[in-house]
Design a protein around this ligand. Structure first.
Ligand SMILES: Cc1ncc(COP(=O)(O)O)c(C=O)c1O
Length: 385
């Protein structure tokens, strides 16, 4: 059967080779250490699970959920945004529940992008920005994130004729895969440009609670953001809830309503019992999250120091659970990750999988315990480069 043109535009999955080699290693009986995927190994805090268990018993939740999200959930999102960032949102009009932030990120361009519109996508990046763009018929224009610029795109490098055709600028801070944070000045510059050229800023804030020192900014902490921006939040990483599928989008009313309209035609909302657990989690974030953060901080500190001692070049991330390091000289990111997997049975992710500008780097996810990380370091120390 012939695939639709829009699907033919989707490039092949870049981690195919790594996945194949991993399966081979497992078949050989190797003790594989998987530092590839960004999926925490820690279970969801028990209190949240208890709330969900009780919610499961409520017969009224067994029916279709509210499409844009139950008002109690959207109020909990608004209260969180107020407590954490001191910004006010109308839960009815300016917040929509998401089946995980990926769902919202992928659907958002369908509400605003026409064919021929340009979408500015960071590179390297979480692939859904450019894939969502392609599916919506838009044209991605890539913004390289470089070491020299602390992985913030150079917005002044985008030609005027591109800016004039731009519909959305995707940003993601704290950043996957680089671990970088945005500055207030950078967000200010982006907002000014969006206003000048009448485009949308879609900010993916999936890791905004995954910080170790300074608190990351919401774009809405910067004046004028509400005129141009929508922000995507996720409960996945914050509360180790990746399997539950819950997040929310918040921001400019027209942007949120556009997304809600698309969604109301494509899905039927988030299971209400999960929304109840999500509302509880957000209301208790100040108690629930610090212990989780400490676990990841210990891992980050250990692995950062260990990699430096082994001679790898990397910046210490102050947020996310990723380390983004330069591959040793004379290897491409693909060659290096393949060698590490074949010789050491450690899965790490080649930077090129996140885009052309990711070449020269590899990503390590801190999603295994400290003992496994120690074992990984022991193995890495034996690598013959
Ligand atoms: C940058 C970024 N945004 C969004 C997501 C999606 O998270 P979820 O759909 O679980 O909320 C991920 C998941 O890995 C991510 O890395």
């Amino acid at each position: 059967m012939e695939l639709a043109e829009r699907l033919k535009k989707i490039p092949p999955y870049l981690f195919v080779e790594i996945d194949r080699l991993k399966s081979e290693k497992l078949k050989e009986g190797a003790e594989v250490i998987d530092l590839g995927i960004g999926d925490p190994d820690i279970p969801t805090p028990a209190e949240i699970v208890e709330v969900a268990k009780r919610a499961l018993e409520k017969a009224e939740y067994h029916r279709y959920p509210s499409n844009p999200g139950s008002i109690f959930y959207r109020k909990a999102c608004a209260e969180y945004m107020k407590r954490r960032f001191d910004v006010e949102f109308d839960p009815e009009a300016e917040i929509v529940a998401l089946i995980g932030s990926k769902e919202g990120i992928a659907h958002f361009p369908l509400a605003f992008v026409n064919s021929g519109d340009v979408v500015l996508c960071p590179d390297p990046a979480y692939p859904v920005y450019h894939l969502g763009t392609l599916i919506s018929g838009g044209t991605p224009y890539y913004l390289p994130l470089t070491w020299e610029r602390d992985f913030l795109p150079d917005l002044t490098s985008v030609p005027k004729n591109i800016l004039e055709k731009t519909k959305i600028l995707w940003l993601n801070y704290p950043n996957n895969p680089t671990g970088a944070m945005a500055t207030r000045e950078f967000f200010k510059e982006a907002i000014a440009l969006a206003k000048k050229y009448h485009f949308i800023i879609a900010h993916d804030a999936a890791y905004i609670e995954q910080y170790f020192e300074e608190k990351p900014l919401s774009i809405f902490e910067i004046d004028g953001a509400k005129e141009v921006a929508i922000e995507f939040h996720s409960l996945s990483k914050t509360f180790c809830m990746t399997g539950w599928r819950i997040g929310f989008a918040v921001g400019n009313r027209e942007l949120v309503q556009g997304l809600a309209k698309i969604k109301s035609n494509m899905d039927s909302g988030v299971f209400t019992a999960i929304q109840e657990a999500g509302a509880y989690a957000l209301s208790k974030i100040e108690n629930l999250v610090p212990p989780l953060r400490r676990v990841f901080q210990e891992r980050r500190d250990f692995l950062y120091e260990a990699l430096r001692k082994l001679g790898y070049e990397l910046k210490k991330p102050s947020a996310t659970f990723y380390l983004w390091a330069k591959v040793p000289a004379n290897y491409t990111s693909g060659e290096f990750c393949k060698k590490v997997l074949q010789e050491l049975a450690i899965v790490i992710t080649p930077g090129k999988g996140f885009g052309e500008s990711g070449e020269g780097y590899f990503r390590i996810a801190l999603t295994v315990g400290i003992e496994r990380l120690k074992e990984a370091v022991k193995r890495l120390a034996t690598l013959n480069l």
